[in-house]
Design a protein around this ligand. Structure first.
Ligand code: CA
Ligand code: CA
Length: 165
C-alpha cells in the first residue's frame, strides 16, 4: 500500500472519526434523548429472583408515557419484559424503577439492556454489563442521566430511585 499524502490522510482520518462518532452517538444523540436506562442491578444481594431492577430516567424536556415500553430480559433467552401495560407517565427529571418478575438478567455474560418504545423502536441501550458480585453495587451512568457526549458507566454502591453518585 502506497503511503498516503498528508491531506488525504487527514481526510481519511476525519471520515473515520465521523464514522465512530455516528456509531457511538446513535443512542446518545442529545436531540433523541428522552428516557435513558440510568442504573442496572443485575446481581442483587442474595437471591436474584424478583429482585433485579433497572432505573429509568426522563432526561428530556417532555413527559413520556411508558405504556407498552419494554426492557431487555436475557435469561434464559433473549426477550423483552413489558414495563407497564397501562399509562405510566414520566415527567422530565422523574425516574422509575422497574423490578423484573422472576429471573431475567444474566450476571456472568455481557448483558446489554435495551429500552424499547411501544412500537419496538430502540430508545436507549447500555454497554455490555457484567456483575458477578452478589452485593448492592450496581452499574450507573455517571453523572446522573449521563453525559451524551461522554457516556460513562461505573460500578458503584446502588442508588435505586435516587440520583447516581
Ligand atoms: Ca445475587
Ligand atoms: Ca440511581
Amino acid at each position: 500500500m502506497r503511503p498516503m499524502r498528508g491531506s488525504r490522510f487527514i481526510a481519511t482520518l476525519v471520515c473515520v472519526l465521523a464514522g465512530i462518532a455516528a456509531v457511538g452517538g446513535a443512542a446518545e444523540s442529545p436531540a433523541l434523548r428522552t428516557v435513558v436506562v440510568n442504573e442496572v442491578e443485575l446481581n442483587p444481594d442474595g437471591f436474584d429472583r424478583n429482585a433485579e431492577w433497572v432505573e429509568l430516567l426522563n432526561v428530556g424536556t417532555a413527559a413520556i408515557d411508558l405504556a407498552g415500553w419494554s426492557v431487555s430480559c436475557n435469561y434464559p433467552a433473549d426477550r423483552a419484559a413489558v414495563i407497564s401495560g397501562q399509562s405510566l407517565v414520566l415527567r422530565p427529571g422523574e425516574r422509575y424503577v422497574f423490578h423484573y418478575v422472576g429471573l431475567c438478567l444474566r450476571n456472568d455474560a455481557n448483558t446489554v439492556i435495551r429500552l424499547l418504545d411501544a412500537a419496538g423502536a430502540r430508545i436507549d441501550e447500555t454497554p455490555a454489563l457484567r456483575d458477578v458480585l452478589d452485593d448492592k453495587k450496581t452499574w450507573q451512568r455517571i453523572p446522573d442521566g449521563g453525559d451524551p457526549l461522554l457516556p460513562l458507566w461505573l460500578f458503584r454502591d446502588g442508588t435505586m430511585n435516587a440520583p447516581n453518585a
